[in-house]
Ligand binder design. Structure first.
Ligand SMILES: Nc1ncnc2c1ncn2[C@@H]1O[C@H](COP(=O)(O)OP(=O)(O)OP(=O)(O)O)[C@@H](O)[C@H]1O
Ligand SMILES: [Mg+2]
Length: 260
């Protein structure tokens, strides 16, 4: 299963929710930090704990143009770091900054998208990606197009819904339709999650609670015991979201098999 989290502007919690989902995932998982504005995943939760010489850029240098998709996909593991919090979880760190992100050519994004899709399709590992906010027409669109599902992260506020409507419109333009896209509502606000999904005309995939302590650990690092983390409201909510995503991925696969 190849899942992407993204958003409009207003930093609704894409990176934090990606980490929370990753730590609650029950199958082997490869997470890729594909935010063209600069990766926050390694400098956040993993601050000072991982080497900075691996990531999207080192993979892209190694995955030469003449390499097959399968070979480029296999190489992803060599450029990922293991996440100590969880067995069978690794992360491909993102760009050091926005300049590096902007230097990634469309061809490199396309190769990355094909390699991530091949990993999700041919190995026992799922793939989870943080593409950051949907800004310019450049950047990670090939990754969004290749995903089985796109979770558009939004806060239940006027400001965030407004930014997300714009993001949904860009997604429709770039993807052709919104059939893979659903809304993931984070936190509390003046509107209910179903009102937010209704305003966006998207199905609601889940709701994550406001949990500042756990969120701050995931977005900025620090120390929280594994037990406290597992029992937190954010991790419990992402555990049920991860289970639900696995079930719907299964039924989508069965439908495809029946149709085929
Ligand atoms: N469920 C949550 N409960 C409380 N605070 C949260 C939650 N999710 C995220 N936050 C906080 O919101 C802030 C922004 O989160 P995060 O960096 O994940 O957003 P983002 O959407 O990835 O932003 P950007 O677009 O800048 O990459 C952080 O301080 C984070 O701790
Ligand atoms: Mg982010």
């Amino acid at each position: 299963m190849f899942t992407v989290l993204t958003s409009g502007k207003a930093a609704p919690g894409v990176t934090t929710s990606t980490w929370a989902l990753a730590l609650a995932w029950t199958r082997p998982l490869l997470v890729a930090d594909c935010d063209p504005a600069g990766g926050d995943m390694a400098p956040g939760l993993l601050a000072g704990r991982v080497t900075v010489d691996r990531g999207l850029l080192s993979w892209s240098t190694a995955a030469r143009r003449d390499l097959s998709v399968d070979a480029a996909s296999t190489l992803l593991s060599d450029h990922a770091v293991r996440v100590p919090e969880q067995a069978d979880l690794s992360l491909i760190p993102g760009f050091a900054n926005g300049v590096q992100g902007a230097s990634f050519a469309t061809e490199a994004w396309e190769r990355l998208a094909r390699s991530l899709a091949a990993t999700a399709a041919t190995t026992e590992r799922d793939v989870l990606v943080d593409t950051g906010r949907l800004g310019s027409d450049r950047g990670g669109w090939p990754v969004l197009r290749a995903a089985d599902r796109v979770l558009l992260v939004v806060r239940p506020s006027v400001r965030s819904v407004h930014a997300t409507q714009d993001a949904a419109q860009r997604l429709r333009q770039q993807l052709g339709d919104l059939s893979t896209v659903s809304a993931l509502v984070v936190g509390r606000g003046p509107y209910s999650a179903s009102e937010v999904a209704g305003a966006l005309q998207l199905p609601l995939v889940g709701v994550l609670p406001d949990d500042p302590t756990t969120a701050s650990f995931l977005s900025d690092g620090g120390s929280v015991s594994a037990r406290t983390l597992r029992r937190s409201s954010l991790l419990r909510a992402t555990a049920s979201l991860a289970a639900q995503l696995a079930v719907t991925a299964g039924s989508a696969g069965e439908r495809a098999a029946v149709a085929g």
